[in-house]
Design a protein around this ligand. Structure first.
Ligand SMILES: CC(C)(COP(=O)(O)OP(=O)(O)OC[C@H]1O[C@@H](n2cnc3c(N)ncnc32)[C@H](O)[C@@H]1OP(=O)(O)O)[C@@H](O)C(=O)NCCC(=O)NCCS
Length: 155
């Protein structure tokens, strides 16, 4: 089984309707219904296992215009998700490791990937740590579900 990432324009993101998450997990990514409402400067990546879409994530190239802790040469990572049937098998970790290679290959002007993760979202936090993200030990308090940790992965 091979895991790959594919860039998808929002108009071709029908695959998202196949991705299932528990209700609480949906809240962590801001709701599945809104997932395709990407802003300019955002890119959706589909996570595929062979030919089966099993997840997605979004890159935000204008992250620093929303989050003051990020600089203009840092890409934002949002909406990381793996279908609940495929979670806990190492695919989330593998997808983020591949993302790092993807960014360093195609976006050479960027020096890091930044994200925020809710304090209660242990599964995602541990996955990010394992992928090499560093917790900068400062909180972002603008999230609807309470404080979030800020994490950064140098490329
Ligand atoms: C976060 C997410 C993408 C991780 O994907 P995943 O495929 O489940 O993660 P992996 O199997 O690659 O696990 C990587 C690490 O995460 C941690 N992890 C995985 N499942 C876990 C669980 N049920 N509880 C606690 N930690 C867990 C472990 O540290 C694991 O390392 P290990 O294999 O040595 O135990 C996935 O759980 C998900 O889609 N969550 C819902 C959406 C979400 O919250 N997104 C993040 C928004 S910031």
């Amino acid at each position: 089984m091979e895991l790959t990432l594919d860039s998808i324009v929002p108009q071709h993101a029908e695959f998202l309707s196949q991705i299932e998450l528990d209700k609480t997990q949906q809240e962590y990514i801001g709701g599945l219904d809104n997932y395709c409402n990407v802003q300019s400067g955002e890119l959706i990546l589909m996570v595929k296992l062979d030919d089966t879409p099993i997840g997605a994530m979004k890159l935000d190239f204008e992250y620093s215009s929303t989050y003051c802790f990020a600089t203009t040469n840092e890409i934002g990572l949002r909406g990381v998700m793996i279908d609940r049937k495929f979670q806990g098998r190492g695919y989330g970790l593998e997808a983020i490791l591949q993302l790092r290679q993807f960014v360093s290959k195609y976006y050479k002007n960027y020096t890091a990937i930044c994200l925020t993760v809710n304090h209660n979202n242990t599964q995602a936090y541990r996955c990010y740590l394992k992928a090499g993200f560093v917790d900068i030990n400062k909180d972002y308090n603008g999230g609807a579900l309470g404080p979030q940790r800020i994490m950064r992965l140098e490329i």
